[in-house]
Each structure stands twice: as C-alpha cells, then as structure tokens.
Design a protein around this ligand. Structure first.
Ligand SMILES: C[S@@+](CC[C@H](N)C(=O)[O-])C[C@H]1O[C@@H](n2cnc3c(N)ncnc32)[C@H](O)[C@@H]1O
Length: 272
C-alpha cells in the first residue's frame, strides 16, 4: 500500500484548489437543496483538502464523513486546524472520520449520503473496483464528484524530445499491475464515464489542469522528481538519460524557466 506523505498533500493543496472545475459546483448546490440533510463522503480524503475547498462553496449545514485507509492521514484531517470552516452561508460543517478501504463501500453503506466525492483517487483503483463503486453510488442515489483524476497528458514548456519518452513510461507505470491489482491510471476517467453512462446516469466532465509556473517551483520540482522516478522504475533502461534529464529540468525549475501543465479531469454525476 502506497503511503502519501502529508507534506506532499499539503504542497499540492493550493495548485489543486486552483485547478478544480468550479463550473461543477452549481449543479451540486442545486442537488443539495433537494436533500433533507446534507451528508458528504470524501473517499481517500488524505488530509482533507477537498473538504477545505468545497464545504465553504456549498450552502447549509453539512456533515462530512472522511474516509481513508491511512490512519495517520485521518488524524491530520480531523485536527482542528485542518477541518473545513463554515458553509458559504455560515452554517456549521461537522466532520467525522471513518477508516476503511473505500473499494469495499456498497450501496447500503452509502444510504443517506447526498454526495460521494473523491480527489486524486480514481487512478489508484482497478476497473472492477471503480465499477462497483459507481454502481453503489447510483443504487444509493448519491451525487458523485470525482475530481483531479490524472489524464496522462503533460505539457512542459520549453519542450524536449525526451518528455514524450518519460511521459509514456510514467503512464505505463500508472497502469501497472501491483499486488495482483491492475491499476487504471490515466484511463480511470474514461472508464468511470463509461460505467456511469451504462448505468443510465448523466455524467459531466470538465478539465482541471495544474498550471505550474515559476511561483510553484517547489511543487513542480517534487512532481518532476516523482514523475521521472516512476518512469525510470517502469523502464530501467531510461535511468541514465533520465537522471541527466531530471537534473536539467530541476535546474530550469529552480531558475523559474519551466512551465508545466499537468492535465486532470473532474467528473460529476447528479441524480435526475
Ligand atoms: C493521492 S492521495 C489524495 C488525497 C486527497 N484526496 C487529496 O486530494 O489531497 C490518495 C489518497 O487515497 C487513499 N487511498 C487510496 N486507496 C484507498 C482505498 N482503497 N481505500 C481508502 N483510501 C485509499 C490514500 O491513503 C491517500 O490518502
């Protein structure tokens, strides 16, 4: 099981907030108005950054249930300073945590849930896990917001020929089989879209790219290191050229001469 460092989640929080597709909020607001009680589950919540972003954009009293299998991250998420403040109209936002494997949630577990949300989670699931989760959400009648799922497309400026090689190897790493599970990686949004459509749901999708420039050098540097590292783990024959490439890209980043657009997609389902 991959552990996510709170420092990494914290480093990306502002870029995530800037990237999220705000056009999907209004349909969620309208749907929540039809609910007697607003209950929102954040699956794979990490330190709770989605709740800190979304709760204050939604009206009315909200109960957030934060799910993760990592107890340390849940402890961070529950800390007073981490919790979302108030709703947009000043209403209370309650937060509880539930440690679990979110791939095991079924419709009965989601009963009474208004919105099932997740951020940067889908690529870590298998097609079967994602299908079962989508089926559970539709059967339970919840709205669904899956945000910031990687699409596999990265555009660096200035460009370099080796970018494509690294990008392809990284995407292959995201789609790897690990512990007997075949991860969806960058295919997750297309798969989710197809599953929800097959279930008769109306699905909206919207781009949510990170746009990283000189002001986000720390995040870009960390992301680059992980991107190249995973690519070389996937294709060890790239390691030598990959080391030189990473050193050169990090120097550009430190000098404020690198821009990176890392594409993600957000996906929304609102019950009819
Ligand atoms: C990339 S992090 C994103 C965290 C957070 N949503 C954010 O956007 O900052 C993925 C999170 O999902 C959690 N996770 C991954 N697979 C999970 C599973 N099957 N059940 C519960 N949590 C899971 C990890 O522990 C981690 O906190």
């Amino acid at each position: 099981m991959t552990k996510y460092a709170p420092s990494w989640l914290s480093l990306r929080e502002d870029a995530d907030a800037a990237a999220r597709a705000t056009g999907l909020i209004e349909p969620i607001r309208s749907f929540l108005k039809t609910q007697d009680e607003v209950v929102i589950r954040d699956l794979g919540c990490g330190t709770g950054s989605l709740g800190r972003w979304l709760a204050r954009r939604l009206p009315g009293r909200q109960r957030w249930i934060l799910h993760d299998r990592d107890e340390d991250l849940l402890t961070h998420a529950l800390a007073r300073t981490s919790r979302p403040g108030h709703a947009v109209d000043g209403s209370e936002v309650d937060v509880v945590i539930e440690q679990c494997d979110v791939t095991e949630l079924r419709a009965a577990d989601l009963a009474g849930t208004s919105l099932v949300a997740a951020s940067a989670l889908l690529d870590l699931l298998t097609a079967e896990e994602l299908t079962k989760l989508a089926e559970a959400c539709v059967e339970a009648g919840c709205a669904v917001l899956f945000t910031l799922s990687v699409s596999g497309r990265v555009v660096l400026s200035p460009k370099e020929k080796f970018d494509v090689e690294i990008s392809d190897a990284f995407n292959a790493h995201q789609r790897r089989v690990t512990g007997g599970r075949w991860l969806l990686g960058p295919d997750a949004v297309d798969v989710a879209f197809g599953v929800f459509e097959r279930l008769g749901a109306t699905v909206r999708r919207a781009p949510s790219p990170w746009r990283l420039g000189a002001d986000q050098a720390a995040l870009t540097g960390e992301w680059l290191t992980g991107w190249v590292g995973a690519a070389c783990e996937q294709r060890p024959e790239l390691a030598s050229e990959g080391d030189d490439y990473l050193r050169w890209r990090l120097a550009q980043c430190a000098a404020g001469e690198l821009n990176a657009m890392i594409h993600h997609e957000d996906l929304l389902v609102v019950p009819a």
